[in-house]
Design a protein around this ligand. Sequence first.
Ligand code: ASP
Length: 336
Amino acid sequence: MGVVALGGTIASTQHANGAGVSPGLEASDLVGSVPELAEVAVVEAEGLVTKPSGDLEFSDISLLYDRLTSLVERGCDAVVVTQGTDTLEETSYALDLLWARDEPVVFTGAMRNPLRTGSDGPANLLAAVQVGAWPATRGRGVLVVMNDEVHAARFASKVHTSSLSAFSSAPNGPIGSVSEGRPYFTVELARSEPLEVPDEWDDSVELVVATLGGGARILEGLASTRPSGLVIAGFGGGHVPRHLVPVIEDLVAFAPVVLASRVEAGRTLESTYGFPGGEIDLLSRGLLAAGGLGALKARILLSTLLSSGASREAVERSFRCCVQRYDGSGAVDVHR
Ligand code: ASP
């Protein structure tokens, strides 16, 4: 079992200037602080970067992918990744899009740093290793284990700034839980075809949130930089103020623009609202519906596709499949 550490609250110590904490612990420190790990697996601790997770970049995803690959090629049967929770939903989803192997990758972190009473890092690390080591976890792709819940990376999101149960998979719910040292899975998910690992990441894809009366300056500024793609987190089922429609139309002329929602749960609509800036209007102008995929994840999917040179048709195909993601039986089909 490999444990790869990327920093975050779980790895934090007192910051040098005495104000607050910042990432400072190595993977070996994290592993060394949980002696029970030795009862579960032979653990190889690997440091990669030590950052607040808001400083992680797309290039770190490639570094991580390469390190995970070399660990499983050296014989690790699972790998746990520890990192900050702020961007964990984005990095774990990116990895899930790329990871084709059966060896599970389990992300975890902490909401309370190691200096706090009741710090959750050691328990989360132990649970993540227990999940990774359990034979039935094999083949389940990339998972997120926090607070004894097992989430599929494709659904997990951070929904609270400080609670120990900060991660949710609304509206689907976690795919399992950890009890007495082992996972219990309650949902079976089909794996998706992996995407190509980009040689170089295109980080020009931005996410713009629709706001009351706002957005024009942001979108006009963005249009002048010619991004390779854009995700709009619209109001409700996928709406923007009508004054944004012309600039969005300009953007669609040269780049794929995905319509997601700024609302935490639920799908983008297709055929309900007919007003200018409503979903019918925007989709008829060539925006691509994100369906049940949240805005942050839609940006990761679009960035990954564009970074590996996907054609506009391939991007459209991916998002069309993503819209049809659920087959209604509780089993979830593919993201793309
Ligand atoms: N609050 C963060 C965490 O949970 C800090 C970070 O994401 O690095 O780890």
